[in-house]
Ligand binder design. Sequence first.
Ligand code: CUA
Length: 386
Amino acid sequence: MSMSQDRDGSRSGPGGTTRGLIGRLRLAVVGLPLIAVMVFLSACTFSGPTMTIDYKSVENKEIWGLYSLVFWLATAVFIVVQVMLFYAVFRFRRRPGQGLPKQVHGNNRLEIGWTIVPALLLVIIAVPTVRVIISQASPPPADAVRVKIIGHQFWWEVRYPDPTDPTNAEKDLVTANEIHLPVNKTAEFELTSHDVQHSFWVPLLGGKMDLYPNRTNRIKYTAEEVGKYYGQCAELCGTAHGYMKMYVFVEEQTSYDQWFAAQKGQPVAAAAGNTTDEQIKKGQALVTGGACVTCHYIEGTAARGRVGPNLTHFGGRTTFSSGWAQNNEANLKIWIRNPADIKPGVTTLANQQIPATGELYSRMPAFPNYTEEELTAIVKYLGSLK
Ligand code: CUA
């Protein structure tokens, strides 16, 4: 028999004593959650593209200030309540031989106290809350940059009104998915949608704000640091919602002005046939003489479509497919052949109408019939549009 009786009555076997087993179990019960907590905490960070607490704008800083106030007040309340709770539990626990404790009914002083103190705490929270709400909703300063954002399934149309003729949409600077802003200047976004509900969100700068058809919502960001900021659609808007990204480039005023001036004009190299590169010429003929013109617009060419992203300065963008794919020739070839290979769901409903408005969905169809040589020419032409 492998079991034997120990002095304390516990049984020992090949695996050690039962007590040893309990000890190990106890260690596991305490240790495993501790390890799990450490693993979870190791993923914590105070900076990252989607960390709203790593504020880079005046607006986010305001919200963070409010958040901190509420957080620390709530922490203080939690500690006070827990200390009182544990004090009461231990100080007034039942002891052996104790009779019935003193019976009390009500305590006016305490009851008045625990009514007044929470009321005061709420006032301390309410005053700055209302102040921040008013500040966030207040109109931007007169020199603010105005940017119109139109949500599409599944990309962002970005329009800057002409400073000299802001009400004439024909003069808008039109681009897609990549927004440029000057640093330390307020930008006011006018948000609307072409089809369904989307939500505009650039975590480090501010947001979120929903985009609806037939309604204009507004939100403002005042970026305080030069940089490239990640943004995304934050409202489930269809199959490719998860791929609806964007980037905001915050620049010094001078480089922003240069960007703006360059975007206003025709592309430098190749728009209106002013190139000698045979491949680019061929690509231009394929793009501006083919199906692309139905949906895309390229200034100075026959491409006058308004459904898809404006490609006038496409070669100057770092990404395409609403920030999801790097703008390079290899990705573009995959995209044109079958966009769903990059952004699943984007070909669904292509060339179909939105029931409510009769407009076309802004979705990219697949073009599987171009030869490799034709595709090379097309992507070289698109890359030349700077
Ligand atoms: Cu647009 Cu989600």
